[in-house]
Design a protein around this ligand. Structure first.
Ligand code: NAD
Ligand code: MG
Length: 493
């Protein structure tokens, strides 16, 4: 056969061993209308704050202010809790099949408005559109679909007949997966018949406020979902409120600890999802290319702003060189830049404060004697950015091996035997997740038995599914979200 002249191929130029891609920008206009200022969503209405303090949320890729929003006062929180209390009587009395209809409707609207939500999340948070479009928003919809399915089956969830809701849930969430964390909290709470007051993080309030619109669109009864924006003070007012029956918090371990102290001796039920310092463990029999993809996904997904990130790579000494060479080659192909470009792998760091934290810890890594490496890459002039970074020669005592960096920084340690891998992996105050890469099924089971981590992934990493419970050991928190277990956090059992 004559060789066909392929004239349709775009002129892909290798640059530094890389193909250059033409820009593939998503339109920021797809985010829909962003108001110049927002109040709270209380009792089914958008209302002004009782206070006058406004905060600003920026696009971390451009540092442009997207909107102002209210810093919720104690009075605002009180109003929202009262609205949730009022709505609780009717909502909890609805047959589960009726509550399910609302949740299914919300899930479908999220799918229908998926592009809008993906773009809005990307510009408020800095994460790449590829992730919000392909991961965050589909996962959000999946969570609502999944818990919608439970709403009329609570009798069969293993908690005895007719399990009762707790009442009003006060929920405080972080900025790393804004809408997804909202879904993880709101979907099970509503399915089980609770009503909620949710406070989004101060750098990413916009998708929660858009979700409030979706509640209205779905005809959700007034007061079942209330959104109060603000900072840590607003969060503390919510978790301390005497008429809140259940507190669910995701965020840093110090704040989680403070909330646990605040709630000690009260009758409030508490679940905490805190930090992590997960080990991603690669054995010498692992398929190396596949493991390298898993390492990259484990630490560079979402700029490393992931509580279960595989931030410590434990690699068996005999394959160290091979793995690190392949990893460096792969890291050199990561595209850092405009989050709205569909080719971007690593977007902007969420805030100046988070960038400062990452920078400080990376500098500590160098000062303590670890070897720092990053691929060559050009960072944009404005916005908050951090190159994908690898530290080798890391010892267990180094801060970069102990502390959560919450950024695109990987610390590499080595081991010789499975027992040593377990010991090193567990040598952390945290215990949220772990990854194992090996061809041997028996070794996976042996390791999983011994790893003190709420989630253990085998030959994969960062896999999330609404049917699967997620949560921590030790200083990573307690309580589970997801799956049947996730219902328990919102039931009086
Ligand atoms: P944070 O814990 O301060 O904030 C999380 C949420 O809690 C926000 O909504 C915040 O307004 C609220 N909050 C703050 N103080 C509060 C208080 N006293 N009472 C009630 N609510 C309060 O986290 P951060 O400052 O955004 O990030 C700091 C570090 O936390 C990060 O570097 C990272 O290590 C960790 N973190 C972990 C997760 C996670 O998913 N586990 C998420 C975000 C941050
Ligand atoms: Mg923002």
């Amino acid at each position: 056969m004559a060789k066909k002249k392929n004239t349709e191929q775009p002129a892909a130029k290798p640059a530094g061993g890389l193909f250059t891609y033409a820009p593939a920008p998503e339109s920021p206009a797809a985010a829909g209308d962003i108001a110049s200022s927002y109040g709270h969503f209380i009792g089914g209405e958008f209302v002004d704050s009782s206070g006058s303090e406004a905060l600003k949320t920026v696009n971390p890729a451009t540092e442009q202010v997207l909107a102002e929003f209210a810093r919720g006062t104690e009075e605002d929180v009180d109003r929202a809790v009262a609205a949730a209390r009022k709505a609780f009587a009717d909502w909890s009395a609805l047959p589960g099949s009726e509550r399910a209809k609302y949740l299914f409707r919300i899930a479908r609207i999220i799918q229908e408005r998926g592009r809008e939500l993906a773009v809005l999340e990307s510009i408020d948070n800095g994460k790449p559109i590829r992730e919000t479009r392909d991961f965050d928003i589909p996962t959000v919809a999946a969570w609502f679909f999944y818990y919608a399915g439970w709403a009329d089956k609570l009798d069969y969830a293993g908690f005895g007949p007719n399990p009762r809701p707790l009442g009003v849930a006060g929920q405080v969430i972080p900025w790393n997966f804004p809408l997804m964390m909202l879904a993880w909290k709101i979907a099970p709470a509503l399915a089980t018949g609770n009503t909620v007051v949710l406070k989004p993080a101060e750098t990413t309030p916009l998708t929660a406020l858009r979700f409030a619109e979706i509640c209205r669109q779905a005809g959700l009864p007034k007061g079942v979902v209330n959104i109060v924006t603000g900072d840590g003070r607003t969060g503390a007012a919510l978790t301390a409120h005497p008429d809140v029956n259940k507190v669910a918090f995701t965020g840093s371990t110090p704040v989680g600890r403070a909330i646990a102290r605040q709630l000690a001796g009260s009758r409030k039920k508490l679940s905490l999802e805190l930090g992590g310092k997960a080990a991603n463990i690669v054995f010498d029999d692992a398929p190396i290319d596949q493991a390298v993809e898993g390492i990259v996904n484990g630490i560079f997904f979402n700029q490393g702003h992931v509580c279960c990130a595989g931030s410590r790579l434990l690699v068996q000494e005999s394959v160290q060189d091979e793995v690190l060479d392949a990893l460096k080659r792969r890291m050199a192909t990561l595209r850092v830049g405009d989050p709205l470009d569909k080719n971007t792998d690593i977007g902007a760091i969420n805030s100046a404060a988070q960038l400062a934290r990452i920078t400080e810890l990376a500098e500590a890594g160098e000062a303590e004697g670890a070897d720092r490496w990053s691929p060559e890459c050009e960072l944009p002039g404005t916005g908050f950015w951090f190159k994908p970074t690898l530290f080798t020669g890391v010892s267990q005592a180094h801060r970069i091996a102990q502390e959560e960096i919450f950024g695109p920084v990987l610390s590499v340690l080595t081991f010789r035997t499975p027992a040593e891998a377990v010991e090193k992996a567990n040598n952390t105050p945290y215990g949220l997740s772990a990854g194992i890469w090996t061809e041997k099924g028996s070794r996976i089971l042996w390791m999983a038995d011994r790893l003190k981590a709420g989630v253990v992934w085998a030959n994969t990493f960062n896999k999330f599914d609404p049917t699967s419970p997620f949560g921590g050991y030790k200083e990573s928190g307690y309580g589970r979200e997801g799956g049947r277990h996730g219902l328990e956090a919102y039931l009086d059992v």
